[in-house]
Design a protein around this ligand. Structure first.
Ligand SMILES: C[S@@+](CC[C@H](N)C(=O)[O-])C[C@H]1O[C@@H](n2cnc3c(N)ncnc32)[C@H](O)[C@@H]1O
Length: 488
């Protein structure tokens, strides 16, 4: 926190003689404010823009961490803060003033910034960036907001928890109402809903993958990472820049959520009769799963399923086996620049720009197919703090049509006896079970396997046959997996 010579609690009064003190620039707060404006004005992606902004402005270390917490935290809590701001304002603030109020509210209600500093620095920012009149207004509103703790505001601004539990949780945990409803449906009830929404508001751990044959968890541990909970290739990086780790810079390792690793591994663990040489990753960009699949295809699942991880029933009864290596991956993406990213991160895979709905490959030639379908991304709200406010229910229907077409062509691409993984980074039923049910229901050449059999190291994946990861249960994104075998 920059130390300031501040006479009053708002920091507006000069201590010495002369006119009003000229506020100093607070680089972290200015960056956070600029990010909020960019998200609001031009639909910027926070996780892409902020790192660039910090780099260009030379903001590092604690200031960079502060700017990130201010920006991401404010974006996540937006729904809650807006309800409180409305209650404390006698007029609708202009968009730039509203963003400053949100920033101040986040510091007052969720960060451990002392109230006088939260108010003072926000007022300074508004005086510099908007004007004196707006600064006075912001001072008055923030003082009202700071008069109560967050838990005391919730019962005042949120719908009654008994009468409208979804509406209450939506305001209390800053999620759009339709997303809270969708999560409740996917969880099969409201029991864990608050825990899930809370987990969505927490900063996710940076998880790395040590691509087998190219790096190892032991190598990542030398850079301070600790072994993951489930995936034999995962390591958690609690601090530091992953880009500075040699193995990551050389694409032998990468940043990858643990559930993303596990759904890719599950696909490779399904035992197949006959050949197992050619795999397809149909929607591969930017290449996270393709990078792991390419390494396992080439070198094998080196850490494999050890005695503890292997299901008691063994492979004959549906349990998984460790892939020994010796396969090739074809990775496709409809967007050239995303296919390029796949090419940069993989070593042995062939990469093409191709539309999966109009296949550039012959049907029935692949032994395994990964379809990581384009989706709403509602399972990764922790990572994209503004995403929850961007999506709307209409996008579900649009994506649903594409997901069905892609799953149809994925099933056509696999040979008899081969297996398709249908994956989404969304738990929304209309993108997961409903899509699988519709497509499989119209065909007689496909059976759904129990995906949980191929993830024996993970509990709490649901009632099957698909597997659903959850941030509050597993500390991962809410990734969905269905494994479909083409009948021999
Ligand atoms: C969820 S992302 C895939 C993430 C990727 N598997 C990974 O792990 O990094 C979905 C991808 O599907 C691609 N896509 C969308 N429509 C497609 C289509 N018709 N054919 C092929 N790829 C498509 C998008 O460009 C996007 O890169």
């Amino acid at each position: 926190m920059p130390s300031r010579d501040r006479g009053g609690p708002t920091g507006t009064k000069p201590r010495g003689a002369g006119g009003p003190r000229r506020p100093a620039r607070d680089h972290a707060r200015n960056a956070a404010f600029d990010l909020l404006r960019a998200v609001d004005e031009r639909d910027a992606y926070a996780n892409l823009l902020l790192p660039r902004m910090l780099r260009e402005r030379g903001i590092r270390g604690r200031d960079a961490a502060l700017a990130t917490e201010l920006a991401y935290g404010t974006l996540r809590g937006l729904g809650t803060y807006d309800a409180i701001i409305e209650m404390c304002s006698d007029r609708t603030p202009d968009p730039d003033v509203r963003d400053a109020l949100r920033l101040g509210a986040h510091q007052l209600l969720r960060m451990r910034v002392p109230p006088h500093a939260a108010v003072g620095t926000t007022v300074d920012l508004v005086r510099l960036r908007v004007g004196q009149g707006a600064a006075k207004f912001v001072n008055a509103v923030l003082r009202k907001i700071g008069s109560r703790e967050l838990e005391d505001w919730i019962p005042i601004v949120a719908p009654d928890a008994e009468r409208d539990p979804v509406g209450h949780l939506a305001v209390a945990y800053g999620h759009p109402r339709w997303i809270v409803s969708a999560f409740r449906d996917a969880l099969g009830g409201g029991g864990e809903l608050a825990d899930l929404l809370d987990a969505d508001n927490a900063r996710p751990l940076v998880t790395l993958v040590a691509r087998p044959g190219r790096s190892s968890v032991a190598e990542l541990a030398e850079s301070g990472a600790t072994p993951g909970r489930y995936s034999p290739y995962a390591a958690y990086l609690r601090e530091g820049d992953p880009g500075q780790i040699e193995a990551v810079a050389e694409t032998r390792a990468a940043v990858q959520d643990e559930a993303s690793q596990l759904v890719a591994l599950a696909l490779t663990r399904v035992p197949l009769e006959g050949e197992d040489e050619l795999w397809l990753d149909m929607c591969a960009g930017p290449g996270g799963k393709a990078g792991l699949l390419d390494a396992v295809a080439s070198y094998g699942d080196l850490e494999g399923l050890d005695g503890e991880r292997r299901t008691d029933d063994g492979p004959e009864a549906g349990g998984g086996v460790a892939f020994p290596g010796g396969a090739r991956v074809l990775a496709a993406d409809v967007q050239y620049h995303r296919a390029r990213l796949v090419w940069q991160t993989t070593r042995n895979a062939s990469v093409v720009t191709a539309d999966g709905t109009e296949p550039a490959w012959r049907p029935g030639v692949f032994d395994r197919v990964m379809l990581d379908a384009p989706c709403t991304g509602l399972g990764a709200l922790r990572r994209r703090p503004e995403a929850r406010w961007r999506r709307d229910p209409a996008s579900i229907a649009e994506l649903g049509a594409l997901q069905r077409r892609l799953l149809g062509t994925a099933l056509d691409a696999v040979r008899p006896g081969g297996v398709v993984a249908y994956v989404t980074c969304s738990p929304h039923l209309a993108e997961t079970r409903v899509v699988v049910g519709d497509v499989v229901g119209r065909r007689d050449d496909v059976e759904e396997l129990d995906a949980r059999d191929y993830l024996p190291e993970v509990d709490g994946l649901g009632d099957g046959p698909h597997a659903q990861f959850w941030p509050h249960r597993h500390g991962t994104d809410a990734m969905f997996l269905s494994l479909l075998r083409k009948r021999p």
